[in-house]
Design a protein around this ligand. Structure first.
Ligand SMILES: Nc1nc2c(c(=O)[nH]1)N[C@H]1C(S)=C(S)[C@@H](COP(=O)(O)OP(=O)(O)OC[C@H]3O[C@@H](n4cnc5c(=O)[nH]c(N)nc54)[C@H](O)[C@@H]3O)O[C@H]1N2
Ligand SMILES: Nc1nc2c(c(=O)[nH]1)N[C@H]1C(S)=C(S)[C@@H](COP(=O)(O)OP(=O)(O)OC[C@H]3O[C@@H](n4cnc5c(=O)[nH]c(N)nc54)[C@H](O)[C@@H]3O)O[C@H]1N2
Ligand code: SF4
Ligand SMILES: [Mo]
Length: 698
């Protein structure tokens, strides 16, 4: 039987796969033991790639919506009608917008074609999943290191003390951190006498195996981080070492930090001051240590401040750019060297005046740009691999907004909560009919590596890859408006060029010669050369962040903690955001869309395990079963995101059997991190009440 080496494209871990096929049938999907990065590891999601290939609900031809019905159409007819309707909308003064979803980051070939589509749409209103995710990291990096893509990567294999704040890699497999086989890497860390500390309002799967776990009040991480910096200071552990000559504004930062009282901040975040002192001693000692923060601290009202403070901690302990600390990569395609540093504030959104960041407006602003009449109103929308109705705050309002569009086009292979509003759905070919290169993920990996996967199957006649759809759509739209037609560069050629232009100087053929992946070595210290700031310094006292600390944070820090319940999210190893729920082998098992609630919080509300509860916020309310668990911090409740497949018109037969409800019918568009515009998905104030007692199982 033929076997194929491939990189799994489903999450950031990039595990190596060995796929056995017979004809067009997938016989097995296994981990590739010879892959230098993943060493044979895979998770249950990998096998769902076969289910995606064969899923009868997966669209295989362009579809046009007629009322609530869908009719297949040819590519040519779809492109022509879309282009004509867009030209008419533009002629009437209507704006076209673009929403780019998360899987785009896992499809290297799409990114090269998106600029042409933006141009053809003349879209200033560009939104993406970045602003419900990692854009605070990027903003901090742009300000401190001079380029938004200079991500410091926790050097897990050589550290002795790893601190994870607001991340659960045992479920997520790591994020902004390509770290396949993370469980074994953590076990190895502990095996060599190191420690894992987890800071999370839930005792997560990762917290379960940690040496130290501290509950933290949702949204209060900056209090912990300032207290931690102050504890390092009092213990004489601020030792940036060789970084010191690179630091600009370091003293000013400390003058600002020392205005705060560590004990009061400890009380504000709910972590004992002694525990914070002990944590400072652990990470400030002579052994390598690193602090890493992810979704729980990114998608928060202080998202940007959090990442700045995390970077300051890693600088203070000398962990930045040192072995076993937070290191910069040397990837085969050097995105940092080949793209601009990033922009902020060149223009502002029409309705709320959000500053542009990296060429985009916050996803929370999409609904208002559609719903608010006046010149410049968004009347047409193209979505690429995104499901913002389920994945962005106040999805119900967006749901209504999408229904009012004059034209909507979704490049997606399913009829989802979002794409069901489209006038046209343009589906890509099957996942194994595409090639793959981890363009955006190799640069955040724990080792430097390159890995190119050719398609496993020849394309099904009449189907197209995402990049072809984006490119052809751009040409059709440009053509209908009499604009110059964009040139189409084949992604493989673009990739080859990017590889050759990078310091490793590889060609695509060089990479292809290593079907299990090409290991380019461990991360190495790269500063100051790698810095892209004009003065080759690390900008510590970023004015916007100093102001945020001294005004917004200072005011928040003296407020009493909120009285009622607050809501946070969670991920499960067998889910992937709002999709993959149509794979029966992933969907099976205990019900996942439940509200986790601490026994004390349940008791005061007379809630029993399995009772149906109503959860209400300022944005809306949902009902779901309660799951009583002392893994929750009292005062915090948790539900997963990516559910809510019961909305009328969604065509996901398996996912609809247990559709769940959407957490983003509760999250609020108004709750954002004002610096980055990122949604504050964690810490939504909610009221929880019992609506129905559990029905005893038969
Ligand atoms: N409350 C809450 N909300 C969250 C989060 C949270 O933690 N809590 N997490 C946020 C995060 S981190 C993210 S990244 C966003 C994700 O937000 P989105 O990217 O908007 O949503 P996804 O759920 O990833 O949906 C991806 C869509 O792309 C389609 N798709 C999958 N693969 C492909 C492909 O190869 N080509 C094409 N054309 N389509 C494809 C799927 O069918 C699906 O409809 O959600 C965010 N929303
Ligand atoms: N299986 C699976 N893997 C995935 C995904 C998936 O949906 N399923 N999604 C992928 C995507 S798009 C991303 S971005 C990554 C995300 O990767 P991670 O960041 O590891 O994602 P989560 O598992 O949501 O972990 C976030 C943690 O933050 C905690 N938290 C919530 N609020 C706070 C807070 O205020 N402070 C602190 N300190 N912690 C808080 C939550 O309890 C949760 O445990 O995962 C990726 N991998
Ligand atoms: S961990 Fe991520 S990359 Fe690895 S097999 Fe699972 S989904 Fe694929
Ligand atoms: Mo994400």
């Amino acid at each position: 039987m033929p076997t194929h080496n491939r990189t799994c494209h489903l999450c950031e871990a990039n595990c190596g796969l060995v796929i056995e096929t017979r004809g067009r049938e997938v016989l097995s999907i296994k981990g590739d033991p010879e892959n230098p990065l993943s060493r044979g590891h895979i998770c249950p999601k990998a096998t769902a790639i076969a289910d995606l290939e064969s899923d009868p609900d997966r669209l295989r031809t362009p579809m046009r919506r007629v009322g609530s019905d869908w009719q297949p159409v040819s590519w040519e007819a779809a492109y022509a009608d879309i282009a004509a309707r867009l030209a008419a909308i533009r002629a009437r003064g209507g704006e076209a917008a673009l929403y780019i979803g998360n899987p785009t980051a896992h499809n290297y070939s799409i990114s090269g074609q998106v600029p042409a589509l933006k141009k053809a749409l003349a879209a200033r209103n560009v939104f993406s999943a970045s602003s419900v995710d990692q854009v605070p990291h990027q903003l901090v990096q742009m300000w401190m290191y001079g380029h938004n893509a200079l991500f410091p990567i926790p050097d897990i294999d050589r550290t002795q003390h790893l601190v994870i704040i607001g991340g659960n890699p045992l479920a997520s497999n790591g994020s902004v951190w390509t770290v396949p086989d993370v469980r074994r890497r953590l076990r190895d860390l502990q095996g060599r006498g190191g420690t894992l500390t987890v800071i999370d309002p839930r005792r997560t799967e990762t917290a379960e195996i940690a040496d130290f776990h501290h509950f933290i009040r949702p949204g209060s991480d900056p209090a912990l981080l300032v207290a931690l910096l102050l504890a390092l200071d009092t213990q004489g552990l601020v030792r940036p070492g060789r970084l010191l000559p690179m630091l600009a504004g370091w003293d000013a930062v400390w003058t600002a930090l020392r205005q705060f009282d560590g004990a009061a901040l400890a009380a504000r975040c709910g972590i004992d001051a002694d525990a914070i002192a002990a944590l400072a001693a652990r990470i400030g000692g002579d052994e390598p240590a690193v602090v890493y923060g992810r979704i729980g601290v990114s998608t928060a009202e202080f998202g940007t401040l959090n990442h700045w403070l995390i970077n300051l901690v890693n600088i203070a302990t000398g962990a930045l750019d040192s072995v076993g600390g937070a290191m910069f990569s040397s990837p085969a395609v050097d995105i940092v060297g080949q793209t601009g540093a990033g922009t902020r504030g060149r223009f502002a959104s029409r309705v709320s005046g959000h500053p542009e960041l990296l060429g985009e407006f916050p996803a929370v602003a999409l609904a208002e740009e559609i719903l608010t009449p006046d010149a410049g109103q968004v009347r047409a929308l193209v979505t690429i691999a995104g499901n913002p109705v389920l994945s962005t705050p106040d999805g119900s309002t967006l749901d209504k907004a999408l229904a009012s569009l004059e034209l909507m086009v979704s490049i997606d292979m399913y009829v989802t909560a979002t794409s069901r509003h489209a006038h046209y759905i343009l589906p890509p070919c099957g996942p194994l009919e595409k090639d793959h290169y981890p363009l955006f993920l190799a640069p955040i990996a724990v080792r430097n590596f390159a890995n190119y996967s050719p398609p496993v199957f020849a394309p099904t006649p009449g189907t197209k890859s995402d990049w072809e759809i984006v490119a052809e759509l751009a040409r059709a739209i440009a053509g209908a408006q009499g604009l110059a037609l964009p040139n189409i560069v084949h992604p493989r050629d673009a990739l080859d060029r990017m590889l050759r232009a990078s310091p490793h100087g590889l060609s695509l053929a060089d990479v292809e010669a290593h079907p299990h992946g090409l290991d380019l070595g461990a991360l190495e210290p790269r500063l100051p050369d790698r810095l892209r700031t004009a003065d080759k310094a690390i900008r510590c006292d970023v004015p916007e962040l100093m102001a945020d600390l001294e005004t917004r944070f200072a005011a928040w820090a003296i407020e009493p903690p909120p009285e009622g319940l607050v809501l946070i999210g969670r991920r499960h190893i067998r889910n992937n955001n709002s999709w993959l729920g149509n794979s029966r082998r992933l969907a099976k098992g205990p019900l996942r869309c439940t509200l986790l609630i601490h026994p004390d919080d349940a008791a005061t509300r007379d809630i029993g395990d399995g009772d149906t509860v109503t959860v209400a916020s300022a944005a809306g309310s949902v009902s779901l079963p309660a799951e009583i668990s002392d893994a929750m911090m009292p005062g915090s409740v948790s539900m997963p995101h990516g559910f809510g497949h019961g909305r009328e018109g969604i065509r996901l037969g398996v996912a609809r059997e247990r559709p769940g409800v959407s957490i983003n019918d509760l999250t609020e568009r108004q709750r954002i991190d004002p610096l980055s515009g990122n949604a504050a998905l964690v810490g939504t104030p909610v009221a929880v009440s019992r609506t129905q007692e559990a029905v005893a199982a038969e």
